[in-house]
Design a protein around this ligand. Structure first.
Ligand code: MEV
Length: 475
């Protein structure tokens, strides 16, 4: 369909402002309201947005279209990930090389918009490469889901019947779990929890799963919804419950993103004297002492812990995103895990004992290397290929080690130079880029700003001076 005609069809259908309605803000609001937006073509959606929310619609359309993928097939794949798409939002795809884990070396793909993160990860990876590299082990891989329900009958009856209920749940779900079982996974444990002390009549089926190399959200949710139906059927049909008040209500059935038993541990360690060179102003023992103190502070104080963990997730999210995994799920889980003993704490820990410096991270990571976006997104697919097509356990180790590397780099900077030094260099480069600086101008600016405060105005003034547009530099 022609874009313009499709668009004008929609405009005719959009709300008409009544003549009595003289309130300007209401008119404004109506102009920005539309029904049936999702039914417009992509081009028409873009035009509607551009014309209703921007002062230069044609320029906006041109700009957003410039981010469309050149290959229509690829663009269609990307569009289908979500809804109402009008363009693609581009983020840098960078590489942190030299991550050695358990003797194997990786070049890690990272998708992140924040400057210095990839550089920091890379420097920490290189630092540890010569000190034994990172070690990692997957402690467990269980995923979790819950069926939340109300039962108004006798709790004892429910408990007594539970073995029979569980047998029915498993039997009814067998067709759904067949394929996963063939891959070595499936439903692990089904537990009945009585939570009536917290909420009247509230019970829960807490179910654990093994989902092998997939994140398993669809598998888990399908099984849980089936469990809900089967539970209702059981109560409706079981003869011994005839005289009971047979009231079971399924409130919801959904996986839990808190997966404390889908856990990976990663660590670096070396004799303290090998830390020589980690910082030019401190000797090895001084660095180990100050660094471990900074990590302990992040375990004690939730304000510091939040920023400390944010630094860990700078690394983790970037790899999770690059490999097509769900970073919201990973973040939510990590933060809950950080508060597992009742106080929000640092996810990493550090110990200096018997002359050995050890720094480690325990983190639950429910990720996948098959299913979801992992193969559909062209760059996620390439990321996995770059990592040697790891299975889910190997990817857990890579992601965790990148988080630990990131944290090592951040805390090392914080306890030595401070982070502004590195940040400001990147900031300077971003400003120079923005102002269209040449290669020579960049070199000159780096020398000039070595001992000066970087700001947009200062950089612009410097370039103006360099380009002969300003007679002298402002003090
Ligand atoms: C910035 O994105 C991350 C840091 O603030 C982390 C930290 O403070 O540990 C540098």
């Amino acid at each position: 369909m022609n874009i313009e005609s499709e668009y004008s069809t929609r405009i005719e259908e959009s709300p008409v402002v009544s003549s009595e309605d003289s309130d300007l803000s209401k008119q404004e609001m109506q102009k920005k309201t539309i029904s049936g937006f999702s039914k417009l073509s992509k081009r028409a959606k873009l035009r509607w947005v551009a014309e209703h929310f921007f002062t230069e619609p044609e320029a906006v359309i041109r700009e957003l279209k410039s981010f469309w993928h050149g290959d229509e097939q690829q663009q269609k794949v990307i569009d289908d990930f979500s809804e109402n798409t009008i363009s693609n939002f581009v983020l840098p795809f960078g590489i942190a090389p030299n991550l050695k884990i358990n003797g194997k070396t990786y070049a890690v793909p990272m998708v992140i918009e924040e400057s210095s993160v990839v550089a920091a990860a890379s420097s920490a990876m290189k630092f540890w490469m010569n000190r034994g590299g990172f070690k990692a082990e997957v402690i467990d891989t269980q995923k979790l889901g819950q069926v939340h329900f109300s039962w108004s009958g006798d709790p004892a009856t429910l408990r007594e019947l539970f073995p029979q209920i569980e047998a029915k749940l498993r039997a009814d779900a067998a067709p759904l779990s067949k394929n996963m079982e063939a891959r070595g996974g499936g439903i692990l444990h089904v537990e009945l929890l009585d939570l009536t002390d917290e909420e009247a009549d509230y019970y829960q089926l807490k179910v654990s799963f093994e989902t092998c190399d997939s994140m398993g959200a669809n598998f888990i949710n399908s099984i849980l919804e089936q469990f809900g139906k089967s539970l209702q059927e059981f109560v409706a049909e079981f003869p011994a419950l005839k005289d009971e008040e047979r009231s079971v209500e399924i409130i919801m059935a959904i996986l839990s993103n808190y997966t404390p038993d889908c856990l990976v541990r990663t660590w670096v360690e070396c004799p303290v004297e090998q830390l020589e060179g980690a910082c030019k102003d401190l000797n090895a023992a001084g660095f180990a002492d100050k660094f471990s103190k900074a990590v302990r502070i992040a375990r004690i104080d939730p304000y510091r812990a939040t920023t400390h963990n944010k630094g860990i997730f700078n690394g983790i999210d970037a790899v999770v995103l690059a490999t097509g995994n769900d970073f919201r799920a990973i973040e939510a889980c990590g933060h809950t895990y950080a508060a597992k003993d009742g106080q929000y704490r640092s996810l990493t820990q550090c110990e200096v004992k018997d002359g050995i410096f050890k720094f480690w991270l325990d983190i639950p990571l429910a990720i996948g290397t098959v299913g979801g976006l992992t193969k559909l997104h062209p760059l996620a697919h390439r990321s996995l290929e770059l990592l040697g097509n790891p299975n889910a356990q190997e990817l857990m180790m890579i992601i965790a080690a990148t988080g630990l590397a990131q944290n090592f780099a951040a805390v090392r900077s914080l306890v030595t130079t401070g982070i502004q030094q590195g940040h400001m260099k990147m900031h300077l480069l971003n400003i120079l880029n923005h102002l269209g600086a040449t290669e020579q101008e960049v070199k000159d600016a780096i020398v000039h700003f070595k001992d000066k405060v970087v700001s947009f105005t200062a950089v612009r003034e410097f370039l103006d001076w360099l380009r002969g547009k300003a007679p002298k530099l402002a003090e």
